[in-house]
Design a protein around this ligand. Structure first.
Ligand SMILES: Cc1cc2nc3c(=O)[nH]c(=O)nc-3n(C[C@H](O)[C@H](O)[C@H](O)COP(=O)(O)OP(=O)(O)OC[C@H]3O[C@@H](n4cnc5c(N)ncnc54)[C@H](O)[C@@H]3O)c2cc1C
Length: 429
C-alpha cells in the first residue's frame, strides 16, 4: 500500500512539498481552505481585472522556486529577467552591469548616478566585511548595527541597504536580523551575476506556480481539494484523521503548510506540542499595504519598479511592465509605520499626491483598490527562535516561510521549506 500523505495549505510551501513528494512513490492530497491557490501570493479579481494580492519581487537566487516551476512545466517566458536596478528618481540610479560577478556590481557602482566615492567604497566595504566573515555574524544583531559596524554612509543606508532590507525581510532595519539579511546578500549580490537579477512575473502569482503545480499533481493522480478547510487533526490506530470536506479521511503523514497563526488551532489537541505553540505564539507580524491605481493608458514609469523616499510610498510598480494593463500602478508600503494611523481614504489621497509629485498632475484614476495584508510576514528579528519542520508528534510535520531556515518570509523561503519537509517525510518512510 502506498503511503498517503496530507498537506494542509495550498500556498507555495504546501505545493512545493506536494510536488516533491509526488515525484516519489507516495499518494498526496492537498487541502486548501480558499477557492484560490497561492495563499499570501495569490490572484484577486477587481472589476474583471486579475491583480495580485501584493507585488512580489523575485530574484535569480530563487533557485528552488525556479526549479519547481520547471518541474511542473512553467514556461521560462513567464519570468522576464532584468539586471538589478535601484532607481530613486532624481536621487540615485544604480544598475548592475552585464558582466560576470563581482564585476557586475563593481561596474554598476562605478556607473551609478547619485553616489559619490565615499558611498561606492562603503558599499564594497560591506560586501568585503561579510565575505571576510564567511557571511556568518556570530551573535545576531539588528541590520542597523551591521550597517554602522561596516561604516555605511547615510545615503547608502537610506537608498540602498535599508530599502533592500525592508524588501527582503519586510522588517525595519532597526528590528531586522542582520544574519538573515547577510544570508540574502550572500545568495544574491555575493553570488553569480544572474543571482541578483530581477525576475518579473508576467502572469499572476497563482498562475506562476500554484495553479500549474495543482494541474501537474492532478495529471499524476494526486488530489488538490480547494474550498476544503481542515478543522481538526486526531490520531487513531496510528493513522492521522483530518476533519475536512469529505469528513475524517485517514493519512499516514500530515504536513501543516499554513501560515503560523493558522497552524495554532490544528496543533491545539496535542499536549506534546506545547513548545511549538509557544514558538508560534511568540512570532510577531509585519503588514504590507498595496494600493492599485488604474490611470490612463499613457501613464508609464521609467522602470518597472522605482523607489520612493520622503513620503508614504516605498516602491511604485508599473504593472504594464509585468504583463498587466497599461496605466495600472501599484504603490507599496511595507512593514509597520506611520501610515497605519491613517484611514484608507486619507492614505489613498496622500498616495495619489505622491504620484502626482513624481509624474505631474494626472486625471483621477478610473479605480483604486487598496489591499492590506495585516500579517503579511513574520517580523524577521535577530536571533528568532523559528520552529523546526519536524514536530514532537511522529508523522506530523510543518512547512512554511516561518519554519527554521536561512531565508526570511519569501516565496523562496516557503518553497525551500516545502521541499525540505518533503525530503524528511520521504526519509522517514
Ligand atoms: C503583500 C505581500 C507581498 C510580499 N512580497 C514578497 C516579495 O516581494 N518577495 C517574496 O519572495 N515574498 C513576498 N511575500 C511573502 C510570500 O508571499 C510568503 O512568504 C509566501 O507566500 C508564504 O507561503 P506559505 O506557503 O508559507 O504560506 P501561505 O501563502 O500563507 O499559504 C498557506 C495556505 O494555507 C491555507 N490554509 C490555512 N489554514 C488552512 C486550513 N485549516 N485548511 C486548509 N488550508 C488552510 C491558506 O488559505 C493558504 O493558502 C509577500 C507577501 C505578501 C502578503
Amino acid at each position: 500500500m502506498k503511503p498517503e500523505i496530507a498537506i494542509i495549505g495550498g500556498g507555495y510551501a504546501g505545493l512545493a512539498c506536494a510536488v516533491t513528494l509526488a515525484r516519489a512513490d507516495v499518494r498526496v492530497t492537498v487541502f486548501e481552505s480558499s477557492r484560490v491557490l497561492g495563499g499570501r501570493a495569490r490572484v484577486v479579481e477587481k472589476d474583471g481585472s486579475r491583480i495580485d494580492n501584493g507585488q512580489h519581487i523575485m530574484i535569480g537566487a530563487y533557485s528552488q522556486t525556479l526549479q519547481l516551476m520547471r518541474q511542473v512545466g512553467v514556461s521560462p517566458k513567464w519570468l522576464e529577467t532584468r539586471p538589478l536596478t535601484m532607481h530613486y528618481p532624481g536621487r540615485m540610479h544604480l544598475k548592475a552591469a552585464n558582466l560576470p560577478s563581482p564585476l557586475h556590481l563593481a561596474v554598476g557602482l562605478l556607473r551609478a548616478s547619485g553616489l559619490d566615492w565615499k558611498d561606492r567604497f562603503a558599499a564594497a566595504r560591506l560586501i568585503r566585511y561579510l565575505k571576510k566573515r564567511k557571511w556568518q555574524l556570530g551573535a545576531d544583531k539588528p541590520v542597523t548595527n551591521l550597517l554602522l559596524d561596516a561604516g555605511q554612509t547615510l545615503r547608502l543606508r537610506e537608498l540602498l541597504w535599508e530599502p533592500l532590507c525592508i524588501a527582503a525581510l519586510n522588517t525595519p532595519p532597526r528590528r531586522a536580523s542582520a544574519q538573515i539579511f547577510a544570508n540574502v546578500l550572500r545568495d544574491s549580490l555575493g553570488a553569480g551575476a544572474s543571482a541578483s537579477e530581477l525576475l518579473l512575473p508576467r502572469v499572476d502569482l497563482s498562475e506562476l506556480f500554484p495553479v500549474p503545480a495543482a494541474r501537474w499533481l492532478a495529471m499524476h493522480g494526486h488530489r488538490v481539494s480547494t474550498l476544503d478547510q481542515i478543522k481538526g487533526i486526531r490520531i487513531e490506530d496510528g493513522v492521522f484523521w483530518l476533519d475536512g470536506g469529505p469528513k475524517w479521511a485517514g493519512f499516514h503523514h500530515v504536513v501543516i503548510a499554513t501560515a503560523p497563526y493558522h497552524a495554532l488551532p490544528l496543533i491545539e489537541p496535542f499536549p506534546e506540542l506545547a513548545r511549538l505553540r509557544q514558538q508560534i505564539e511568540a512570532l510577531e507580524y509585519e503588514p504590507i499595504l498595496t494600493t492599485y491605481l488604474a490611470y490612463d493608458e499613457s501613464v508609464r514609469l521609467p522602470e518597472p519598479m522605482i523607489g520612493m523616499s520622503g513620503g508614504h510610498i516605498q516602491w511604485l510598480f508599473d504593472r504594464a511592465q509585468f504583463g498587466g494593463p497599461p496605466g495600472l500602478l501599484a504603490a507599496v508600503i511595507s512593514a509597520h509605520g506611520p501610515h497605519e494611523a491613517l484611514d484608507k481614504a486619507e492614505l489613498e489621497v496622500l498616495i495619489q499626491e505622491e504620484i502626482h509629485t513624481l509624474l505631474g498632475r494626472l486625471p483621477p484614476p478610473q479605480w483604486i483598490k487598496t489591499i492590506v495584508e495585516k500579517r503579511a510576514t513574520f517580523a524577521c528579528k535577530p536571533g528568532l527562535d523559528r520552529p523546526s519542520h519536524r514536530t514532537a508528534v511522529p508523522g506530523l510535520w510543518l512547512a512554511g516561510d516561518y519554519v527554521a531556515g536561512d531565508y526570511p518570509a519569501t516565496l523562496e523561503g516557503a518553497t525551500r521549506s516545502g521541499v525540505r519537509t518533503a525530503l524528511a517525510v520521504l526519509a522517514s518512510l
